[in-house]
Design a protein around this ligand. Structure first.
Ligand SMILES: [Zn+2]
Ligand SMILES: [Zn+2]
Length: 167
């Protein structure tokens, strides 16, 4: 995902907007049990601010995640803001992320690492298909969002167990 700032360089103090769409790379998120359900879209406006280029925009995509309670796959939409600066390449410097700054190499800046970094931070640590997901029955494995099973669930709190001995 590269942005070319050649036009902006020829018209200092102006701004350019970009719209990029790219299929997501599943190999980068498969370790967390996720895969892309939609393209990654990015809208960005870059403004020449004399010393740096200021970029503001948003990215959006959809992922397929597995619910950590009922284990069902569900679609998780991501929409996140992007704000970063772009600086000119210095000698012997490779294109990489320096804090919130990206480096311009031959008029181009590669926003891919930043895009994935943002997507990673947007993925919930404990993904849930819905707020009140009821999960699976620990006895028969029935998905309790779909149907109630007939298992008697004995929830014995050890503190109550002790109290019973006193009565
Ligand atoms: Zn669930
Ligand atoms: Zn059950």
């Amino acid at each position: 995902m590269k942005l070319n700032l050649k036009t902006l360089k020829l018209h200092p103090r102006e701004s350019v907007s970009f719209h990029l769409e790219e299929p997501g790379d599943n190999s980068l998120i498969k370790d967390i049990g996720a895969c892309f359900a939609d393209i990654i879209g990015v809208d960005i406006v870059i403004r020449d601010n004399d010393t740096v280029y200021e970029a503001l925009g948003r990215l959006y995509t959809s992922l397929k995640l597995s619910c950590s309670r009922c284990l069902e796959d569900f679609i998780y939409n991501i929409e996140a803001e992007m704000a970063f600066d772009i600086v000119e390449e210095e000698q012997n410097q490779e294109s990489r992320v320096i804090d919130d700054m990206l480096v311009l190499v031959k008029d181009e800046v590669d926003i891919q690492p930043l895009v994935y970094e943002i997507i990673f931070t947007e993925i919930p640590f404990i993904p849930l298909c819905q707020e009140g997901c009821r999960g699976l029955c620990p006895v028969c494995g029935q998905n309790r969002n779909q149907d109630q099973c007939s298992c008697q669930e004995k929830i014995i709190d050890p503190r109550w167990e002790k109290l019973k001995n006193y009565t």
